[in-house]
Design a protein around this ligand. Structure first.
Ligand SMILES: Cc1cc2nc3c(=O)[nH]c(=O)nc-3n(C[C@H](O)[C@H](O)[C@H](O)COP(=O)(O)OP(=O)(O)OC[C@H]3O[C@@H](n4cnc5c(N)ncnc54)[C@H](O)[C@@H]3O)c2cc1C
Length: 398
């Protein structure tokens, strides 16, 4: 069925006849893949559920900057302007993504959410079920729906009965609504750490940061050397070696915050990355914790009598709880039936490889690399385009 209702920035709307490659998601990963395919003469159509490209970046909090460098965050075929500076602000990331789509004249259909992918009847290509009963058949499919897809708040006991303000970090924009208020931020990934600092600077009366496992903290840049450079340099080294090197480096560059509740982690830096926890890049958290402006408290276990119950048995009574507790990939509904996900709900392969039982189905953006996600998205885009342009196999019906 041709899509006639969804808005589009492009000239044509996909039809059954020409079987393009469908790219699901108009974030940096999807846009890069679409460009790389087009550059190799393969027609690619991006299906984006929201009404504009870069939806995730439009919704991130105001003060966010890329912590990867401008040059190493550019997507294939278009550099980011120098005027964006070394650490690109969120608004400029959005501008760049808009410009990227326009500059390359990408075919993008917005307002279309893909709910399920299955082998096309006859085994030739993939059938996509999308918003409004649409059925679209592509010769291949690139899934680029984002690592940070669906906000996840732990199923804390007593959560439903809690009457205080509880929100996910994905809903946080800036500190203005929290000025003069007592806020508990739960989770010390990059997002939780930066929101805590933002709240301090924005005038919250008290900011506590709930930490289950102390994170590795690294300086974003030391004497001009970006942490990302190190991430790229060590990426292919043995995990134990990187763990061994990272310990002394951390001691040199990051003060001991044990007295403030953030001891140095017992598990090595790269081992933690492999468990899914990338290091926290310091954009003010070290100073804020050292000066007591952000108070570290134990992990939240649940809620009782409108108080947060912490793992050390204490109970605290903040005005607001912000759960910086991550996201899920939420790929189960779309591809769970194809047996292409691992136990954590992540695709079993990514980049230029398709799962063995699902040839022609590609995934990008579902790893959390130490070298920077934009950079990996750019590399994956080229690999996917190269494979597809050489060979677009047919899926085996299951
Ligand atoms: C706060 C934060 C800061 C980050 N900072 C950096 C950084 O500094 N450097 C770096 O390299 N990486 C960073 N990342 C990681 C990563 O680069 C970004 O998350 C990036 O946006 C991922 O791009 P993506 O295209 O894979 O996913 P997204 O940008 O999330 O795009 C996915 C798109 O798919 C759409 N979509 C989802 N489901 C469907 C569906 N079913 N049908 C159709 N469309 C759908 C969404 O609307 C969205 O537009 C950061 C992530 C976060 C959360």
């Amino acid at each position: 069925m041709a899509d006639t209702t969804a808005s589009t920035t492009s000239r044509t709307v996909p039809s059954h006849e020409d079987r393009p490659v469908y790219v699901i998601g108009g974030g940096p990963g999807g846009l890069a893949a679409a460009y790389a395919l087009r550059a190799r003469g393969v027609r690619a159509v991006v299906l984006e559920k929201s009404d504009q490209v870069g939806a995730s970046w439009r919704n991130h909090y105001d003060r966010l900057h890329l912590h990867t460098t401008r040059r190493l965050s550019a997507l294939p075929g278009l550099s980011m302007p120098r005027s964006f500076g070394r650490w690109v602000a969120r608004d400029n990331v959005v501008r760049y993504l808009e410009k990227y789509a326009e500059h390359h004249g990408l075919e993008i259909v917005t307002g279309v959410e893909v709910s399920r992918i299955e082998p096309a009847p006859g085994g030739d290509g993939w059938l996509l079920h999308a918003t409004g009963g649409r059925e679209l058949t592509g010769s291949a499919v690139v899934v680029a729906t984002g690592f940070n897809h669906t906000p996840r708040i732990p199923d804390w006991s007593g959560r439903d009965g809690y009457t205080g303000t509880l929100l996910h970090a994905g809903e946080y924009r800036n500190p203005a609504p929290y000025a003069g208020r007592d806020v508990l931020v739960v989770g010390v990934g990059n997002t939780g750490a930066e929101i805590a600092v933002d709240l301090v600077e924005g005038g919250a009366s008290r900011v506590r940061l709930s930490v289950r496992t102390a994170p590795h903290i690294v300086r974003r840049s030391t004497a001009g050397w970006a942490a990302q450079f190190t991430g790229i340099a060590v990426r292919r080294l043995p995990v134990r070696l990187v763990d061994a090197l990272a310990g002394p480096m951390a001691k040199l560059s990051v003060p001991d915050l044990s007295a403030q509740g953030l001891p140095r982690p017992s598990t090595g830096l790269y081992s933690r990355v492999n468990e899914g926890a990338i290091p926290v890049q310091d954009v003010g958290i070290i100073d804020a914790v050292r000066k007591g402006k952000v108070e570290v408290v134990a992990a939240v276990e649940g809620f009782e009598d409108d108080k947060a119950v912490l793992a050390d048995g204490s109970r605290i009574d903040p005005d607001v709880v912000i759960a910086a507790t991550g996201y899920s990939r939420a790929l189960e509904g779309m591809v769970g039936h194809l047996d292409v996900l691992d136990g954590r709900g992540r695709p079993v392969v990514h980049g230029g490889r398709s799962p063995r039982n699902a040839p022609g189905l590609y995934f990008t953006g579902f790893t959390n690399p130490i070298s920077g996600m934009f950079r990996e998205l750019a590399l994956d885009a080229e690999k996917i385009a190269k494979t597809i342009s050489h060979h677009t196999p047919s899926p085996t019906p299951r």
